[in-house]
Design a protein around this ligand. Sequence first.
Ligand SMILES: [Zn+2]
Length: 113
Amino acid sequence: MHELAITQELVSLAQSQALTHGARHISSITIEVGTLSGVIADSMAFCYDSCTKGTILEGSTLKIVPIAALGWCPDCEQQREMNSASLACIECGGFFIKPEQGTELRLVELETD
Ligand SMILES: [Zn+2]
């Protein structure tokens, strides 16, 4: 499962960052997930508990901030929201829209206690 590997990677990243700052336990992490990133947030939330077991993230909360897909549409000559399933402009349905936002997957915040 794709999300399992990504979640494990995020957990080890959060863990090494916290240890660098001398934290002994993480109470929550916040991640941004773009709707074009191909990652299913629900699947990540589902495997989070098992990925954090035995780590300094055990018992912590995973906060997922969805990032809307936006792109530059040459037909509308504007930045438009993209349909994340068809990758077309949500206004005119054009397929020449160039993605500018929504592919990200990043750790944005760590809360320690
Ligand atoms: Zn358009």
